[in-house]
Design a protein around this ligand. Structure first.
Ligand code: G3I
Length: 334
């Protein structure tokens, strides 16, 4: 009787503390992650949940150009290193984010009026230095981020930014340089609104297929999955899209998922239930494909989101209480 009591108590305790996303994900060979902001690591509740629940962290801003090369030729890794150190001490992996993007670049770069050759040299030096610094410390890089137009049409596919069209082949070059700097790190192309069907998902698919065909070193596609109750792609089309990407021999990571309740209807409880369904369906889609290897949300608490907090897009509320979306992920993974 006494033994039974102890066993039941142990079971109850392990149930209430046992819902740990990273462990459930591991059972399926999936990394479960969140982005993290080093400015919040000192907050006890933030650090506790981040360290406990997730097996992979993406630095929200700390490895971007503005953070890593704030002045020309001067590299600073303090913030990114803080994320890596946190991850190491919690037995977590790190997704590097990112090496070439049209946003969050330092003003010396964007307003420098550099010619194409100089831009090319700047990009190479940056990639050599940053990938070199984090060699062996990150499992993958979002090498190029959000390069494709929202509505690509008639051969007009790429966003104009500091790199394009000045360096027309900057995408290929960035992947080649990253591969040279660390031949062992996995290299991803990462974009939003590329999850389902349509011109943008097709353009992303065509880009990475062409890269594979031409022998450019690319290992995966990051589907960001920033969606809302108003707009969320058809999950069957997402499953088909993940399949065609992985059929190329590439991995897929869900890299930045959040689900704004904007555009939802009914009570708040109903909207949070609908949000949970979206999270669950995406997790299920990832579980359905062995080459979908990571599921990462863009933050975990509504207290800290790039969206407005009243859009309540994440897994925990502003008081760090798990929401229905969290429970649904646990159930889906269990
Ligand atoms: O670093 C400065 C800081 O010195 C200053 O005091 C502060 C005052 O506003 O601004 C700080 O920079 C901000 C930075 O976040 C760090 O907090 C930038 O203004 C702000 O634009 C930046 O926003 C980030 C944005 O990317 C641009 O880099 C968001 O936090 C981040 O969530 C968002 O993440 C992107 C992904 O990287 C790519 N996919 C879309 C996703 C959401 O937009």
């Amino acid at each position: 009787m006494h033994v039974l009591f102890v066993l039941v108590t142990l079971l109850l305790v392990s149930c209430s503390y046992g819902a740990v996303l990273r462990d459930l994900g591991q059972n399926h060979g999936k990394l479960i992650g969140s982005c993290a902001n080093q400015g919040h690591l000192a907050e006890q509740q933030y650090a506790q949940i981040l360290g406990q629940q997730f097996s992979v962290i993406t630095p929200e801003n700390e490895m971007k150009w503005a953070a890593t090369q704030p002045a020309r030729g001067q590299f600073t890794f303090t913030q990114g290193d803080a994320i890596v150190n946190f991850a190491t001490s919690h037995n977590q992996k790190v997704r590097g984010h990112n090496l070439a993007w049209g946003e969050d670049n330092p003003s010396w770069l964007t307003s420098g009026n550099f010619n194409a050759t100089t831009k090319q040299n700047l990009l190479k030096t940056h990639i050599d230095t940053v990938v070199g610094h984090y060699k062996g410390k990150v499992i993958c890089w979002d090498v190029v981020n959000e390069a494709i137009l929202d509505n690509p049409a008639n051969g007009n596919v790429y966003k104009q930014n500091v790199w394009y069209p000045a360096v027309p082949n900057y995408i290929d070059l960035a992947f080649q340089w990253a591969n040279q700097a660390d031949p062992n790190v996995k290299l991803f192309y990462n974009d939003y609104s590329a999850e389902g069907s349509g011109a943008k998902p097709d353009a992303v698919y065509n880009l990475v297929r062409s890269m594979k065909q031409r022998g450019i070193p690319i290992h995966g596609v990051g589907l960001q999955y920033h969606v809302s109750l108003q707009y969320s792609p058809n999950i069957q089309q997402v499953i088909t899209n993940i399949q065609r990407i992985t059929d190329l021999g590439l991995e897929v990571h869900i890299t930045e998922m959040d689900v704004s309740i904007q555009g939802g209807s009914g009570s708040q409880a109903q909207m949070l239930a609908a949000q949970a369904t979206v999270y669950g369906s995406v997790m299920k889609a990832c579980l359905g494909n062995a080459k979908c290897t990571a599921f990462v949300s863009w933050g975990f608490t509504d207290k800290y989101t790039w969206l407005n907090s009243n859009q309540m897009p994440l897994l925990y509320d502003t008081n760090y209480q798990p929401k229905p979306a969290y429970d649904t992920l646990v159930t889906t993974l269990s």
